[in-house]
Write a protein of this length. Structure first.
Length: 384
């Protein structure tokens, strides 16, 4: 299978053909995960202040803005946002704790979301997945929580995967990646896609645990992205904790454990880039050994299809949005259907572009009517 190339983390949608394109220097700046995360936090604060000011004085009988502190984490609010808000408006707008967030589809604890799509059909999330961390498969590490195999032999790959029962039809799975940096795209994917779609999150994201919690509350199983060295590194740099092909095994494990400790609730890891890393035996050996020791799965975008490692594995058959157009994405989704019909199952990989999320949502409305079964990516894994 040919190796696929993944794109750099986008923080703005791609410009239409012939349309405005931001200067290259600006694009490089917003592509930096730290810059984009900080900008998102600042935008959150300014938007919140502006909205409260526009609504008016809550004591005068106008609506009160209530922001759940749990939801704040999910919206990438920076530390000290509340103090900064009060400093701007001393004795001013009331900020109270409640279950509501500024969303068209607010979700309370234990609730489900109903998303109506064009054509009138709605996705309704199944029962929320158990809240992370699940007892027995997490320990406190030096930098945060780390997954472990439980004393009863239960693995995080088993504990955090979405339950699945086959109905005998050809299975189709999709992994939507790059989530956590762009709040709008992340919420659109979590709330607008059926729960069988697997979601993959960027480890550098602010409020990462909040996003994962929200995804699981909507029924989605979750993967964590491991940035890996591509062949054109450092021109294409996945970030400060990139797993390098020539690193000693101990260094690979150290970086990987830092990435794994960013949050909990994921059943496995997926690659971000990594064409050079995944082609290096020593590097992949250390990586696979570390995942196996922690009971995690590995799902790649197709680049490591021939790799083994003794861990639960699946490789994507195709990247469905290599060409960013609705027609091209539709053709790739049809190709997934053909592959599932031939082999009994098919796995696609995609990035959280707005056009991708929109086309996948429309496709998912009718795919089961055509005789297929949507399945989480974990349902397609084999141990190899």
């Amino acid at each position: 299978m040919p190796a696929f190339s993944r794109k750099t983390y986008p923080t703005v949608p791609a410009a239409p053909s012939g349309g405005f394109r931001p200067p290259e220097a600006l694009m490089r700046a917003v592509a930096n995960p730290y810059v984009s995360a900080g900008a998102a936090a600042g935008l959150f604060l300014l938007t919140t202040v502006g909205l409260i000011a526009a609504i008016g004085d809550p004591q005068a009988g106008t609506p009160v803005v209530r922001i759940s502190l749990a939801k704040v984490a999910a919206m990438a609010a920076p530390p000290g946002w509340r103090e900064a808000l009060l400093a701007e408006h001393p004795g001013g707008p009331t900020v109270t704790e409640d279950i509501y967030s500024l969303s068209e589809t607010p979700i309370g604890p234990g609730g489900t979301a109903t998303i109506t799509l064009p054509g009138g059909r709605a996705f309704r999330a199944a029962d929320p997945l158990p809240q992370a961390p699940i007892a027995g498969v997490t320990v406190n590490g030096p930098n945060g929580p780390l997954p472990v195999i439980g004393g009863d032999g239960r693995t995080p790959a088993q504990a955090y995967a979405r339950p699945f029962t086959s109905n005998g039809r050809p299975k189709i799975s999709l992994v939507i990646g790059g989530l956590g940096l762009n709040a709008s795209a992340t919420r659109q994917a979590i709330e607008g896609l059926p729960p069988e779609i697997t979601l993959s999150f960027v480890p550098y994201s602010e409020g990462l645990q909040g996003w994962i919690d929200l995804a699981r509350a909507n029924g989605h199983e979750v993967l964590l992205e491991a940035p890996m060295e591509p062949v054109d590194y450092p021109d294409n740099d996945p970030g400060p904790y990139t797993l390098m092909s020539r690193a000693m095994p101990a260094e690979t494990v150290k970086k990987l454990e830092w990435l794994l400790s960013r949050a909990t609730g994921y059943f496995g890891v997926t690659n971000y880039l990594g064409s050079k890393f995944m082609a290096t035996d020593q590097a992949m050996g250390a990586f696979s050994d570390a995942l196996r020791s922690r009971g995690l799965a590995f799902i790649d975008d197709g680049s490591a299809a021939q790799r083994r490692g003794g861990i639960p594995r699946a490789s994507a058959d195709r990247i469905i949005d290599d060409q960013l157009s609705s027609d091209s994405i539709d053709q790739q989704l049809l190709a997934l259907e053909a592959g599932a019909l031939q082999r009994g199952q098919a796995l696609g990989s995609a990035f959280a572009y707005p056009v991708t999320i929109g086309q996948v949502a429309q496709w998912a409305r009718t795919v089961e009517d055509r005789g297929y079964q949507l399945a989480p990516a974990s349902a397609l894994m084999t141990r190899k």
